[in-house]
Ligand binder design. Sequence first.
Ligand SMILES: [Zn+2]
Length: 363
Amino acid sequence: MNKRGTCSVLAAMFSGVMLLSSCSGSPATAAGTDVVSSGVSAVEATSAAAFANVNEPEQFSSVAGYFVTPEPTEITLPEESEEPEAEETPSSGSDYVSEVDMLNIEGNFMSPKSLDGIDPYNDKVVALTFDDGPFETTTPRLLEVLKDNDVNATFFMVGEFAEKYPEIVKEAYENGNEIGTHSWDHSKNFLKWSYDEVMDQISRANDAIEAATGLRTIIDRPPEGAINSDVAASIGRMQILWDVDPNDWKVENRDPDIVYENVVNGGEMHDGALVLSHDIRETTVDAYDRIIKELKDEGYKFVTISQLIQIAQLRGKDLGWIFNGAPSAAKAAENGYTAETPNGPSDSGSADETDTGSSDSED
Ligand SMILES: [Zn+2]
């Protein structure tokens, strides 16, 4: 289908909150930075994502369900009396502001990117994600690789590193890449911390990212991929996992040729894939120029997580508190999903999974 058709369908699905204001003309910028913002306040778009109520799965059954503002109910605020350490980021100072409070500050969150220039039903898409950074040498090099290849990726950043390297965070975002949190210090995981600790980890990571970019994130990747439905419900934010894992962090895989082979020929790559890698690894960064060029040759378009979420929903995947990737366009078509029937029954996606056995690559 053509771009105009795509946009009109998307616009209709976004109903009240008009997200695709750029549909009518403006082409995607070279770096893919045309973040959608006009026509909807950032807080409308993002508080929806952050507040998506996992106890009501039907809220994820459509694109609108993901972005339309639901009722922000009964989320227990973290205790304010947690020790405000000297390490607190400058933006929060001694006045601790909870993640929930932050949602009420208009214009404070990153907006989902539009699908302008992407045919969500027919394009072959892949989302690259990079965890555990930013790191002073490797991340800037990866940003160059992405820029040189005119693609964007999503970075799940560790808060204390975001605080340490704010210029890298800023550059990553301003280049059109997307950013999510990956805890404050990666010292444990969401199943081992208390609720207050989890929220503090996410809030502090967002404080650091906001100090660098001016905006807070709308997505998280749980350290080690450790998450379950109860914890995700208590957090109230989308937890992003993956479905292609080259295991680039493992010692035996720290070789660009191996990382390349694992991503491209590892048997997991597919239309709608969500790839996990680590931008703190030299060998990973060394592999990605080749990986991107090869995937481009194979016809892939590179999307960010917010774009992949929209594509997944348009292809009929119900989204829950966890997100691994999108069904392929071919599979969506097999199931009868077209632009005209975007809200049919869900595929057998991962929305109902409870625990994952996946383990992130904590090195
Ligand atoms: Zn990690």
